[in-house]
Design a binder for this molecule. Structure first.
Ligand code: TYM
Length: 344
């Protein structure tokens, strides 16, 4: 069955939006707007799977919304909202909790990493997180999901849940007139030169919001001086840059900086190395600072401008939530009929 093409993706409001979120996700969100109808969500229900200070959370939610808009997402043509305003996400997640198997969730590497050794003390929400993520996508029957490499396993689980729902309820889906399958199997879009941006301090570790060292990441709120300092201090190796991508193998820090440059310049590692092959890191870092400041500076400035008017951001989120809810409500009505609930 052919489904209407639609893009959905989400970003957690858990502070410290960084270059990885931008290059791996938000920049891709912007590019997809011309081709698809898009829904971009500030996933606040996901954020509270670990403790969030209630005094800080509203600002963090508005900051992600401001980043979406400052990077070029059009909240009028598309939909921008925060997850907790559309209760259908949590409602469908419950149904999916009853479709997904414990064995599937037990395989999720992100839970293992985030829960660490103190697993008994992790929230139930952190464990069930991927079923909520599947609900986020499928409550809009979205077909394409742009994400960074780290979300690949969660996307595979979303496909498994959609498939199992379609199989388990196949008879009912047909009886209610929905054809062979009710949910599409959402496709991950993991593309470009920066699907996994690494820490500036250690090229084998992912750039992350939660790294204790602020020098490990470039935040979307950093000013030009901070960006320059962080890039100048970024870990490198002693050799000059190679002239072809093959030469980046086993050089994680070099690979990361070249990848960042390529993604910021809308170019490729090969093209960057054609220009900077045999250059010393000092030369390359100077060029990278200039490029990063030129590309990120206007975004930071626009985010700050938007954040000075929180009421305007709240109005955008409310408008987006109302439009999202219309779509989500239709899906939930059908899901209730398919499952066999009695409804008004
Ligand atoms: P989150 O909030 O951790 O990250 C948001 C997006 O940024 C990408 N990303 C990176 N990309 C490249 N390099 C990095 N170092 C890097 N760090 C983060 C992530 O892959 C993601 O695309 N579970 C999701 C949010 C979510 C979601 C969804 C996504 C909830 N529901 C439904 C898609 C569809 C998360 O925690 O992303």
């Amino acid at each position: 069955m052919a489904f209407q093409e639609r893009v959905f993706s989400g970003v957690q409001p858990s502070g410290n939006l960084h270059l990885g979120n931008y290059l791996g996700a938000i920049k891709r969100f912007v590019e997809l707007q011309d081709r698809y109808s898009c829904i971009y969500c500030v996933v606040d229900l996901h954020a509270i799977t670990v403790w969030q200070d209630p005094a800080e959370l509203p600002r963090a939610i508005r900051e992600v919304a401001a980043a979406f808009i400052a990077c070029g997402i059009d909240p009028q043509q598309h939909i921008v909202f925060n997850q907790s305003q559309v209760a259908e996400h949590a409602e469908l997640a419950w149904v999916f909790n009853c479709v997904a198997r414990l064995g599937w969730l037990n395989r999720m590497t992100q839970f293992k990493e985030k829960a660490g050794k103190d697993r008994e003390n992790a929230s139930v929400g952190l464990y069930a997180y991927p079923t909520l993520m599947a609900a986020d996508i499928l409550v809009y029957r979205a077909t394409h999901v742009p994400v960074g490499e780290d979300q690949k396993q969660h996307l595979e689980l979303s496909r498994d849940i959609a498939q199992k729902f379609n199989n388990d309820f196949a008879g009912s889906i047909r009886d209610k007139g929905f054809g062979d399958a009710f949910f599409p199997l959402p496709e991950p879009l993991i593309t470009g030169e920066a699907t996994r941006v690494m820490s500036l301090r250690d090229g084998t570790k992912k750039m992350s919001k939660s790294d204790a060292s602020d020098y490990s990441r470039i935040n979307l709120t950093d000013d030009a001086d901070a960006i320059a300092q962080k890039i100048r201090k970024a870990k490198t190796d002693p050799d000059p840059l190679p002239s072809e991508p093959k030469g980046l193998e086993h050089r994680p820090e070099a690979d990361n900086l070249v990848g960042i440059y390529a993604a910021l310049a809308d170019s490729s590692r090969a093209a960057v190395l054609a220009q900077y092959g045999n250059a010393q890191f000092s030369t390359f870092k100077t060029a990278l600072v200039d490029l990063a400041v030129a590309k990120l500076g206007p975004i930071t400035t626009e985010m700050q401008r938007l954040l000075r008017n929180p009421l305007a951001i709240d109005a955008i989120l409310a408008d987006g939530a109302a439009r999202a809810q219309k779509l989500a409500h239709e899906t939930m009505k059908a899901v209730k009929d398919i499952v066999g609930f009695v409804r008004r």
